[in-house]
Design a protein around this ligand. Structure first.
Ligand SMILES: Nc1nc2c(ncn2[C@@H]2O[C@H](COP(=O)(O)OP(=O)(O)O)[C@@H](O)[C@H]2O)c(=O)[nH]1
Ligand SMILES: [Mg+2]
Length: 433
């Protein structure tokens, strides 16, 4: 199943590749392409899950449980005093990271044994599908968990259920900034120490109540149950117990919230990036006779914004004047673009006009930037370009326009203008601008 963020990331890639393949020599494009690529990798970056807790609280066992029992090379992770990062690769590999941050492969016959060298961290790569979108960091017991939590998308605190949430658990977790709490999980291990489901339920209730507000969810699991029947590993080598499925599901709930936030951010940044690119795009290709109209618009709109900022002009008035000036300029640059052909203005069409306040929530200067981008589009379709160059330029512009998501804004704008019966006559516009 492909989720929304994956669709969006794919769309961003397609737009970026389209822009890269166009033969348009404009400095605005490389900047936009680089930005799109950054946004895409932000979206695709695997979520980092950091497993924290005191010595022997079950961190390494839980890491192994989440991955699928037995996949973690226990000889490597048992009692390591360094963090172990588990991430995806097409084939399994093991690296030590030295004090200079250099990765040294340590799983070949010829390679140095782990203990021979002083490593700062260990990295394990495994070909597990789950790891394509997640990374796990198993940490050594530390007095400064906040340093690891800072790198976490989702922090998991491990505690032994039979003596869960000790004072030292509480003290250590209190050093972790509260912004990490929102997606964090508390996992109590050693569920197999309890005899009945009732005991388990009671313990879980107690831990949940004493840690209220500190974690998104609290789970009770057997991270390493010596008495459990060991299921035969499947072809993938992945054996998920029901406890593992529970932990993965809890991770997924946090992950979804994080993905949604990332997606909203990606959309916001993309829109801004594309709008900026539209501004810069075709700076050199403005038709000579349009340049005067554009600079007039710049002066008038700057003045309106200054007046508004100096509180000489209410936001409503500033926006209304801005829209008037925009409409006039647009009509000069391409007659009919705002008014439309006469037959397209039927008074019978029911217009769902947004309240002006809705537009007013956008700050005047943001609106000005967007409007300027559109005016520049109207001003740059040069008649002197070769048909091929024009086609390429139009394709680039169309891609940027889609990314900038201006369409919605202009549908609203059109309705707003119509609802205010702003009669704009071409002759008046030309007289004024
Ligand atoms: N019975 C049982 N033993 C566990 C459980 N979780 C961890 N252990 C054992 O507790 C010891 C410490 O676990 P480990 O994962 O190495 O803790 P860490 O120091 O936090 O990484 C090991 O001997 C594990 O086998 C559990 O849920 N049930
Ligand atoms: Mg450990």
């Amino acid at each position: 199943m492909t989720s929304e963020w994956q669709h969006y990331a794919a769309a961003l890639r397609a737009s970026r590749e389209r822009l890269q393949n166009l033969r348009v020599d404009d400095p605005a494009l490389p900047v936009c392409i680089a930005g799109l690529s950054r946004i895409e990798s932000m979206l695709r970056r695997p979520l980092r899950i950091v497993v924290l807790g005191e010595y022997n609280s079950g961190k390494s066992s839980l890491t192994d449980l989440i991955l699928g029992k037995g996949l973690l090379p226990i000889s490597v992770v048992a009692n390591t005093s360094v963090p172990v990062l588990v991430s995806y690769a097409d084939s399994a590999a093991l690296f030590g990271v030295d004090s200079n941050g250099i990765q040294i492969r340590i799983d070949g016959d010829e390679d140095d044994a782990l203990t021979d060298l002083d490593f700062r961290a260990v990295e394990i790569r495994l070909p597990l599908p789950w790891l394509k979108h997640h990374q796990l960091l198993d940490t050594p017991a530390t007095q400064t968990p906040a340093a690891f939590a800072a790198e976490a998308d989702i922090a998991i605190w491990c505690t032994v259920a039979t003596r869960a949430w000790t004072e030292s658990d509480r003290n250590l977790w209190s050093t972790v900034p509260s912004r990490c709490h929102r997606h964090a999980l508390l996992v109590a291990t050693h569920k197999d120490s309890f005899y009945s489901d009732d005991d388990c339920a009671q313990v879980l209730r107690r831990i949940t109540s004493v840690t209220r507000g500190l974690f998104r969810d609290v789970l009770l699991v057997s991270a390493a149950d010596p008495n459990a029947e060991t299921d035969a590993a499947g072809d993938t080598g992945e054996t998920l117990t029901s406890d593992a499925a529970t932990v993965r599901a809890a991770i997924e709930t946090s992950a979804q919230a994080i993905r949604e936030r990332r997606l909203a951010k990606a959309r916001r940044v993309t829109r801004r990036l594309a709008r900026l690119a539209l501004h810069e795009f075709g700076q050199n290709a403005v038709r000579p006779e349009a340049a005067a109209a554009l600079s007039k618009w710049d002066a008038v709109s700057d003045q309106l914004i200054d007046d508004h900022n100096a509180t000489r002009l209410s936001l409503d008035h500033a926006l209304e004047s801005l829209l008037h000036a925009f409409a006039h300029t647009a009509e000069v640059l391409r007659p009919g673009v705002i008014r439309g052909p006469a037959r397209q203005t039927p008074s019978s069409t029911p217009l769902h006009a947004p309240e002006p306040a809705q537009i007013a929530t956008q700050r005047a200067s943001v609106l000005k930037s967007d409007l300027t981008a559109v005016l520049r589009i109207l001003a740059t379709s040069s008649r002197y370009e070769s048909p091929d160059a024009r086609e390429q330029r139009e394709a680039a512009r169309a891609t940027l326009l889609t990314l900038a998501d201006l369409d919605g804004a202009f549908v609203d704008l059109g309705r707003w203008l119509a609802s205010h019966k702003l009669a704009i006559s071409t002759s008046r516009a030309q007289a004024n601008v």
